[in-house]
Ligand binder design. Structure first.
Ligand SMILES: Cc1ncc(COP(=O)(O)O)c(C=O)c1O
Length: 401
């Protein structure tokens, strides 16, 4: 008896994590990693937030138990996350028509969402934006979905193609699943505005589609509430939807694997029924969630002063990202690099899609030791005063100017 043949031939490396390995192995001292998907500060490190350290000190002093958590996580965490996503006085919260479960990261939330939907008789077609985070494709395919695409960017590659997106979604079959990035779209940085969210919400409701909002970057764009502006279009009484939260980015808890899945139903009874199925999906996947990251998030969100401190620290990360965007646009324009750069200034989150060809991205890496992903997705947090001039010179060399 041997393993299936396919597993004996090497699979390709993960497109993004594979690049990080290549970066580490690159001996050139002036190398710049703009490919990585984590926040880095001006020294190139991913810091632990002081509010997180304080929460950990408190947790250690309390020295709790290492017993299993409930399948759906700790109740106080689940409520705190729900209130962070919606605000405590939101009609969905007051009407008790949502349920939140703790998950290992945003990826865990997406996988539980996929399993939950298939388990409860969902259509097997999921619509993803073109482009999207590559793991969406892999995750939903392996869960058993057929993946289809809706267009996202217009021809210039700097703005949302609202008309194209809406007309494709109108062609979806009733009951199909649609993944939307709540804010800070990865890889483009382009988000719908409130009017577009309303139009998207109308199509989702009229076509009876099932939205999954991938909300991995709450607070990384324009603010914790500002980044929830998708709710203006989607959070309506007659639309059921799922929200996948990640606390990898906004709490910088990448390796603690902490996130949540929220299911919003039209009434409390349907929400409670959803919870019973979510527990089965979780039990069959990883039984129950890891505790430490969620304990940190709960400690911070449930303590007024610590929460205020965390919000200040998050605002500083956000401010640095926005500052880097502005510095990049200013430098590209000043250097006369060919391209339409101004829209990048107000885009949201860590990522900007420069719109390069595969050859141009390869030249950046091979000739200039500058690492970007795909069509030139860069993490603007990776820019520093020291490396920006080199990055801009390299872009002028490959893009023209
Ligand atoms: C769009 C998107 N969704 C989900 C995730 C998953 O986040 P996590 O690390 O919490 O699993 C990421 C992380 O890069 C992401 O970019």
């Amino acid at each position: 008896m041997s393993l299936p043949t396919r597993s004996l031939t090497p699979a390709p490396p993960d497109p993004i994590l594979g690049l990080s390995e290549a970066f580490r192995a690159d001996p050139r001292p002036a190398k710049v990693n703009l490919a990585v998907g984590v926040y880095v500060d001006q020294t190139g490190t991913t810091p632990v937030m002081p509010s997180v350290l304080e929460a950990e000190r408190r947790l250690l002093a309390r020295a709790g138990s290492k017993g299993y958590l409930p399948i759906d996580g700790r109740p106080a965490y689940r409520e705190a996350v729900r209130d962070l996503v919606f605000e405590p006085d939101h009609e969905i919260v007051a009407g008790r028509r949502s349920v939140t479960v703790q998950t290992p990261g945003g990826t865990g939330a997406l996988r539980v969402a996929a399993d939950f939907l298939l388990q409860t008789g969902s259509n097997r077609t999921v619509w993803l934006s073109e482009p999207t985070w590559p793991n969406h494709t892999q995750l939903f395919s392996l869960a058993g979905f057929e993946v289809r695409r809706y267009p996202y960017l217009d021809a210039g590659g700097r703005h949302l193609d609202v008309a194209g997106m809406l007309s494709t979604l109108r062609s979806a079959a009733r009951g199909d699943v649609v993944v939307l990035h709540g804010s800070c779209h990865n890889p483009t940085g382009v988000d719908p505005d409130p009017a577009a969210w309303h139009a998207i919400g109308d199509v989702l409701r009229d076509r009876d589609l099932v939205p999954i909002v991938d909300f991995a970057y709450q607070g990384f764009g324009h603010g914790l509430r500002e980044d929830a502006d998708w709710q203006a279009g989607l959070a309506r009484p007659d639309l059921e939807f799922l929200v996948c939260s990640s606390f990898s980015k906004n709490f910088a808890l990448y390796n603690e694997r902490v996130g949540a899945l929220t299911v919003v139903a039209t009434d409390g009874q349907r929400a409670a029924a959803a919870l019973s199925h979510l527990k089965i999906a979780i039990r069959a996947n990883y039984s129950n969630p890891p505790s430490h990251g969620a304990d940190i998030v709960e400690t911070i969100l449930c303590d007024g002063a610590l929460r205020a401190q965390w919000e200040t620290e998050l605002a500083a990360m956000r401010g640095r990202i926005r500052g880097n965007r502005a510095a990049l646009v200013d430098a590209l324009e000043a250097a006369g690099v060919a391209g339409d750069w101004e829209p990048l200034r107000e885009q949201r989150g860590m990522f900007a899609l420069l719109g390069l060809t595969a050859e141009q991205v390869a030249r950046l890496r091979d000739e200039f030791a500058i690492y970007a992903v795909g069509r030139g997705r860069i993490n603007v947090a990776g820019l520093t005063e020291a490396n920006l001039p080199r990055v801009v010179d390299a872009l002028r060399a490959v893009a023209g100017g």
